[in-house]
Design a protein around this ligand. Structure first.
Ligand SMILES: O=C(O)CCC(=O)C(=O)O
Length: 300
């Protein structure tokens, strides 16, 4: 769906002004939309996963493990395919959050009443590591037939500017979609310095807020994240949705058991094809996908 078609449906959770701000800038940051009970549950699961990571020594299908990881000092960079995870046994809480909480309704406000789920993950940014995420767009990793996909994030704890927030460049969702590869053609998960030099970076906006703040980042919006300068870990749970009429045209990097599920409204009978060109990613089903942290450090 296009923004004009989406505007035909009144938003249910966001204000019209918040939705317009998203269409205008390519991102949104809004506090107070996630009930406290959900936030407590997500934090409880997150803490249980960090505990569970102590017995893990290398990245696997659930954990992306950072270089400083040990049983004493966990350094989990990412919990993959979040909706398929539970520390003890399969449990639908993350999926219930993705499909039944206000988050899915917020997705409908931004992509239209028919909403498809794509993927999810929980990213941690640990203090003292200096880790940053470099400028990138999301859509080159998982191209779709149109540009409705949006990543919705929930900060599980307060995230002030010094705690490694995501940061976005307004208006870049209307600009080029950059190739996220090096000169040899290898996937890097980041925009080349020469391309970033063509972009005005002075208007970068930090997405900061209290625990439970929802962030929305359009799939073409250039974004990055800063180093965590505090002594606290920064967890952000991320969920990708699209209009039901958007179809992925390459294998997903991290498919889940719910990828492609319709969480609001109905499945599309006609695909919406946006002619704006999109670079082709590697075929993740053959190459395998580590994570953005792995790609940006060339550890593929
Ligand atoms: O977790 C972060 O700081 C950034 C995450 C991000 O931009 C991504 O995973 O695409």
């Amino acid at each position: 769906m296009t923004p004009d078609a989406i505007r035909m449906h009144a938003p249910k959770i966001l204000t019209p002004a918040q939705r317009e701000a998203y269409f205008e800038t390519g991102f949104l940051c809004a506090e107070g939309l996630i009930p406290d009970a959900w936030l407590r549950r997500l934090n409880g699961l997150s803490e249980a996963f960090i505990e569970a990571s102590r017995s893990v020594t290398a990245s696997n299908e659930a954990f992306d493990i950072g270089p400083r990881h040990s049983s004493d000092t966990p350094h989990v960079r990412r919990l993959r395919a979040l909706v398929d995870r539970h520390p003890d046994f399969w449990h639908p809480d993350f999926w219930r959050f993705a499909s039944e909480s206000p988050l899915a309704e917020i997705a409908a406000d931004l992509v239209g009443p028919d909403v498809k789920f794509h993927s999810s993950k929980l990213n941690y940014k640990w203090p003292g590591t200096g880790e940053i995420v470099q400028w990138h767009q999301d859509i080159p990793a998982w191209p779709h037939t149109n540009y409705s996909p949006v990543t919705l994030g929930v900060y599980l704890t307060d995230c002030p500017a010094e705690q490694g927030p995501l940061t976005c460049l307004p208006g870049t969702q209307r600009g080029p979609i950059f190739v996220h590869r090096d000169d040899a053609g290898a996937w890097t998960g980041s925009v080349r310095a020469a391309d970033m030099a063509t972009v005005d970076q002075s208007r970068a906006a930090d997405l900061v807020g209290r625990a439970g703040t929802v962030i929305a980042i359009g799939c073409r919006t250039l974004h990055a994240s800063r180093a965590n300068l505090t002594d606290r870990v920064r967890p952000v749970a991320l969920f990708v949705y699209s209009s039901a009429d958007a179809f992925a045209w390459m294998p997903a990097p991290t498919p889940t058991s719910h990828t492609g599920d319709i969480v609001r409204g109905s499945a599309a009978t006609v695909a919406h094809l946006d002619p704006f060109p999109c670079p082709v990613p590697p075929d993740w089903s053959k190459l395998g996908y580590g994570s953005i942290f792995v790609a940006q450090k060339a550890e593929m």
